[in-house]
Design a protein around this ligand. Structure first.
Ligand SMILES: [Zn+2]
Length: 310
């Protein structure tokens, strides 16, 4: 299986268009140790020809143009696309709005939880994806599903499972208490398996807490892509960027006794890669103490174009 990080940043990307925090200013100015990043998405393929998107970010058009395997192929017809399916992990703007880039009448299968498919159905702009070409399929939680495009099987099996999280920001309902109306299926993780070889990896780009069921599931895995939104729970507040903690945004932070670095320490995961990294995160500076701390604990900081084969 070939896995490519198309976008390693969280919502807003890096730099974020309206942000003048020190990270965004440094990457904008070309400071050494900083690399620009697009918004959250991976691509996976069994054979290097047919591809599956894991989330569809607003930067998808750039990501496709930066990844020749994903654009129209010279061996295909006048118009063609190697992207046969897209799997969505939640209804966040940075994970679904890229679908609108795929409106030019190519066959596509879109997979999501019942909750996420409902969001698509309720937002009529997604009807630009012509239903004669684009099918929407429910990904039932806990049921391994063999992915297919609109025509052929793709050799990849996906199992979606609920992870602690929060409903998308634009769907929050303050009248529904401290969790803003979050229900199971609002945020899911994916186990992605090569149907033929049985090799698998996990993709968990949004996660509020590494609770016991999730820890058990990830234990001993060969490869996990995990939520790297913030380094410190108070980082957005300390930088004067926002009044929200990471917890309030539905994201576990990297550092501290309750952070993901500590939580993964005993899980025996062979390869750990942070994705969905917010522009405020100090690990984006290659020379920072935070970067050294994450790398010393065995983590890779994901970057756009990173390719892993399993
Ligand atoms: Zn910034």
């Amino acid at each position: 299986m070939i896995i490519k990080i198309l976008g390693s940043a969280a919502g807003g990307g890096f730099p974020q268009w309206n942000c003048n925090c020190s990270n965004c200013a440094d990457v904008r100015n070309g400071a050494p140790g900083f690399t620009a990043r697009t918004q959250s998405s991976l691509a996976v393929s069994r054979d290097g020809k047919d591809w599956v998107l894991l989330n569809a970010s607003p930067d998808l058009r750039k990501q496709i143009n930066d990844t020749p395997e994903l654009g129209a192929q010279s061996s295909g017809g006048l118009r063609n696309s190697p992207i046969k399916a897209a799997v969505l992990t939640n209804g966040d703007v940075d994970h679904i709005s890229g679908l609108i880039n795929l409106r030019e009448m190519e066959p596509l299968a879109v997979y999501g939880s019942d909750r996420v498919l409902t969001v698509l159905a309720q937002n009529s702009i997604f009807n630009v994806l012509n239903s004669e070409k684009v099918v929407r399929r429910e990904l039932k939680l806990g049921e391994p599903t063999k992915l297919s495009g609109t025509e052929a099987m793709l050799g990849i099996t996906v199992e979606a499972f609920p992870v602690p999280g929060k409903v998308a920001l634009y769907l929050e309902d303050a009248s529904k208490g401290a969790d803003f109306g979050t229900v199971e299926g609002d945020t899911i993780g994916l186990k992605i398996t090569d149907t033929e070889t049985g090799k698998y990896f996990f993709y968990v780009p949004g996660c509020a807490d590494l609770d016991a069921p999730l820890a058990r599931r990830l234990e001993g895995a060969a490869l996990v892509f995990f939520d790297g939104t913030l380094f410190d729970d108070n980082e957005m507040i300390d930088a004067g960027l926002s009044a929200k903690t990471g917890k309030r945004m539905g994201h576990i932070s990297m550092s501290g006794p309750e952070g993901s670095i500590a939580a993964f320490e005993k899980l025996g995961v062979a390869r750990k890669v942070y994705v969905h990294i917010n522009n405020s995160n100090p690990v984006l500076n290659e020379n920072s103490d935070a970067r050294k701390e994450a790398e010393a604990a065995g983590w890779s900081i994901g970057y756009d174009g990173m390719e892993i084969r399993i």
